[in-house]
Ligand binder design. Sequence first.
Ligand code: PMT
Length: 415
Amino acid sequence: MPVTTNVALGVGGGIAAYKAAELARALMERGFFVQVVMTRSAEEFVRPLTFAALTGRKVITNLFSATSAEDTLSSAIEHIRVAQENQILVIAPATADLLAKLAHGLADDFLTTTYLAFTGAVVLAPAMNTNMWNHPATQENLRILRSRGHVIVEPDEGILACGMVGPGRLAEPEAIAQIVATVALGAANKATAKHDLDGETVLITAGPTQEPLDPVRYLTNRSSGKMGYALAEAAAERGARVILVSGPVTLAAPARVELIPVRTAAEMRQAVMDHLEPATMVIKAAAVADYHRANPPQQKVKKTAARLSLELDPTPDILAEVGRKKGDRLLVGFAAETQNLVEEARRKMQSKNCDMVVANLVSQQGVGFESDENEVTLVLRTGETIPVERASKISIAHRIFDEMMKLRLALHSAQ
Ligand code: PMT
């Protein structure tokens, strides 16, 4: 049975509403208690009785469904009760209309008022016609909802009820239930999170840098910032003050994190040096460009038939500079390698005076750059090497902090 057990399942009005019954069953099989909330249009597709029979619970269908004055008051505040009693709110199918209402805070029925009163994890499984899904308004609403940390279960591609072929079909109920189970595990870990970083100030760099070649072109790399942002989220969860110096990425800063956006390696260096003083831990997960064009021209470089050569100069090595000024701070570098992983990491640790180097083989599919998962080897100053199996970047981030705290204790007891 998952630690987080109460799920409010919102059912929107779409042809896929019948699949929500399968989802309710799949959630209950995983040990969740399921409270179904249907919108008025969902009732046009499936009868509440189906869900009531499956879940053994009364299905909520209306904000003001009571007949007596007393009942009216209790039903008027029932959405608050549902918001408080459930740890996860899943909406499937989430129609284009529901996504728009949630994104903009419209609350005119039970489900949307519950959403506004809800503070737990939200999982949205959209289903709609392909053109509606691709419409910029829907995509903008999804961007807003993602930036709130909600999990969007992407619709499947296939033949839709309207006859069109493309994305828009509700994801399979089993797949949605599996994602809810993963979210529940994350919520449970958060609730029991240790606060072992209380009193620490963690300075983290994340993302790529962009080095201008002229006013319209730049040099960059494939870093998405996911690894650095996961470290920031983990550190904040564990009680640290977190300063996140980030190159250009599309991610929203995690809650309670001080974000300092930068563009170039020189700006990243300046931001790191400006915030080094209060830092007790420094983690350099950013993929900093190693070269830049020292004096990029003010005007766009014109295309000609001739071969173009660019002269590039090295960027400042920020990690090496922090290594020289590190004092008592714990310093962690990353190494993105395509071969000789551990040897290269050891070399970087020595030359840049790090306490740990997190080595990732970036030639492997599904880990390293851009992906949601990583697989790393922690190379420690003590000579130890710790392989960490493939896992989500947030799990890897927690594992890095576990090892940093062990290093911190070892250093203290050695003094
Ligand atoms: O952002 P994601 O898409 O989630 O991908 C994560 C990642 C692959 C970018 C990340 O896990 C990672 O490996 N980051 C370091 C990438 C890198 O630049 O590695 P490097 O071996 O070139 O640099 C070694 C270390 O020196 C790094 O800590 C880097 O931040 C630092 N460095 C490098 C150059 C420079 N001029 N200044 C630096 O501080």
